[in-house]
Design a protein around this ligand. Sequence first.
Ligand code: 5GP
Ligand code: MN
Length: 338
Amino acid sequence: MNRSETMTPATAKPVVDEICDAIHARRRFLITSHARPDGDAVGSQLAMAYALLALGKDVRIVNADPAPEHYMEFPGVDHIEIAREVIETDADALIVMESGDLARTGIRGLEGRFTINIDHHQGNTNYGTLNWLDESAAACGELVFELVQKLGIPLTMEIATHVYLAILTDTGSFHHSNITPRTFDICRQTVEAGVNPAAMARRVFDSNSFGKLKLIGALLDEMELLAEGRLAVLSLNDDVLNATGTTYNDTEGLINLPLTAREIQAVAFFKVGADGDIRVSLRSKYDVDVRAVASRHGGGGHKNAAGFTVKGPLAAVRTQVLDEVIEAVALGMQTRPE
Ligand code: 5GP
Ligand code: MN
């Protein structure tokens, strides 16, 4: 959906203005995002939370899973509550960031509330009372930035930091194909507000443990190449985690490494969870559309970064998914820019 379409037909008022009105009219806010939150989820939530606090509102942030460990030093991350169910809350508005449907939050008990749904993924189900969906945004943080501006709230260091975190991470450190002049305009303003891009990049991307470095070595060592070296396949199992003294959480970001090889156009990463579920993460370059593959398996994401979770058996899932990604690579390569 493009920006001119985000109108409410009855009033023809841009939905972002309706969201501003709703925020002014309400006092207590519950903010959530998708399970296994990433930098855009955490950054969008906290930028929103600091903006609401500046307006004198009560704010609670609840996520199903903790933020990645190295985000803990960013302001406010330690205030995020972790829960799979919200039972007692006197919130008079729920703000959901980055979630195509309410189930993506991984939290029960959110239904039936006054809900503000802010997202930039394709296929959002419009579950909110107010739905602000803009697929042209490189990160949900871009939308939060616009909302903060519309609300007339000064760009504090906390808000600027979280907007920058959202954009830096969701663009894959400015690699993905949905980056626009707006992205840089927002980043420029966050830097003017005091954000240090070099320090942010170091904190976000250069915070590996030695164990994670060893894990990277082990996984790349076992990487398989298909489709004439255009598709890289990574697989995680308990043996490699035990051998390197790492956990499942240490795999974050690792999927992007094969894309640094010029020939590789897409990466598929298979991880088997403790519950036996198979988590598949996909990444790609340029016009290779991995979201289309993920959505066929009940997941979603963006053209260059997508994922889904399915039941096994692993061998069958692997064969099917790899066939589909190879096809997506062949299709996407036809329009690859030089
Ligand atoms: P990751 O591979 O890092 O877990 O996810 C990459 C992207 O795909 C994320 O930006 C997220 O939006 C999307 N994504 C991952 N898993 C799912 C899923 O199960 N459902 C949906 N709708 N999107 C997903
Ligand atoms: Mn996002």
